[in-house]
Ligand binder design. Structure first.
Ligand SMILES: C[S@@+](CC[C@H](N)C(=O)[O-])C[C@H]1O[C@@H](n2cnc3c(N)ncnc32)[C@H](O)[C@@H]1O
Length: 240
C-alpha cells in the first residue's frame, strides 16, 4: 500500500488546526519543559531554536510562564506549513526583552546563524523521512552551544502499539529501517487530534532515536512519559 503524505504539507489542509489554541493539548508537555528544563537554566539569557513550531504553542507559553529572572530571551524556529507559519507570525509578543525570529522553510533548508542554549522538536520527527534523520541530528548538534540541550517529544511506543492493537484501521504500514548496522521498526499510522483532525504520522522505535543520538555523541539526560490529554508521549532530553 502506498504511504499517504506524512510531511508538513498536511497541515495546510487541516482546516481546524488553529483550534489547537482552544484545546489544552500540549499544555502539560509545554509546562513540563518550561518547569523542568528551561527554568533550570542558570543563566539570565535563554535562547531556543524550535524546529516545526506549529502555531507557536511553546513560544506563547514561554512568553507568559518563563520566570522573570530571564532578562534576554531569543525564540527562534522554523515552520514550513504556511497556515501554521502565518498563525504565529501575525501575532505579537509583548514580553520585554523577548525576541522572536522565524523561518518558513523546513529545518534542513533553513540557514541558521548563531548557537542556542536549547533546540526542540515537539512531535515533529514523525513528519520527517528516515533518510533525513542523520542530517537533522548533525544540524541540531551544529547549532547547540557547548553545554546545550536538545528536547524532543514523540508518541510513546507502548501507547501507540496498544492503540493500534485496539484500532487496527489506524495502521497504514510497518517498515524495517536500518541505522548503523541495526534494524528498527517504523510505523505509519493515522492520529486523530480532537477538534483538529486526522494526520498521518511516522513513529519509530525509541531505541532508534537513542542509538542515533548516541552516535552523534549526545548524552541522554532525561526520559519522561507525559500524558498529554490522553496521548502518552515520550519526552527525551539530550545534552551535547
Ligand atoms: C504535530 S505538529 C507540532 C507543532 C508544534 N511543535 C507543537 O508541539 O505544537 C508538527 C509540526 O512539524 C512541522 N514540520 C514537519 N516537517 C518539518 C520539517 N522538515 N521542518 C520543520 N518543521 C516541520 C509541521 O509543519 C507541523 O507544524
Amino acid at each position: 500500500m502506498a504511504i499517504p503524505d506524512h510531511s508538513f504539507k498536511q497541515y495546510d489542509s487541516l482546516i481546524n488546526w488553529p483550534n489547537q489554541e482552544n484545546t489544552s493539548i500540549n499544555i502539560l508537555l509545554n509546562e513540563y519543559i518550561i518547569k523542568q528544563v528551561f527554568s533550570r537554566h542558570i543563566d539570565h539569557e535563554l535562547s531556543l531554536y524550535d524546529i516545526g513550531f506549529g502555531i507557536g504553542s511553546l513560544f506563547m507559553m514561554m512568553e507568559t510562564n518563563l520566570p522573570n529572572r530571564f532578562k534576554n530571551i531569543l525564540l527562534e524556529g522554523c515552520e514550513p506549513s504556511s497556515r501554521n507559519y502565518q498563525h504565529l507570525t501575525t501575532r505579537s509578543f509583548n514580553r520585554e526583552n523577548l525576541s522572536v525570529k522565524t523561518s518558513d522553510k523546513p529545518f534542513l533548508l533553513t540557514d541558521i546563524q548563531g548557537l542556542f542554549d536549547f533546540v526542540s522538536a515537539i512531535y515533529v520527527f514523525s513528519h520527517m523521512d528516515t533518510y533525513q534523520m542523520n542530517d537533522v541530528v548533525a544540524k541540531i548538534r551544529s547549532i547547540l552551544k557547548k553545554s546545550g540541550q536538545f528536547i524532543m517529544a514523540v508518541g510513546n511506543e507502548d501507547f501507540l502499539n496498544e492503540k493500534l492493537a485496539h484500532q487496527p484501521d489506524k495502521l497504514i504500514k510497518t517498515n524495517t529501517i536500518t541505522y548503523d548496522g541495526k534494524t528498527y521498526r517504523e510505523i505509519f499510522h493515522y492520529s486523530y487530534i480532537p477538534k483538529i483532525g486526522s494526520i498521518v504520522d511516522c513513529n519509530r522505535e525509541e531505541n532508534y532515536y537513542l542509538d542515533l543520538f548516541a552516535k552523534h555523541e549526545f548524552k541522554l539526560d532525561t526520559r519522561a512519559l507525559i500524558n498529554d490529554c490522553g496521548f502518552i508521549c515520550t519526552l527525551l532530553v539530550f545534552s551535547k
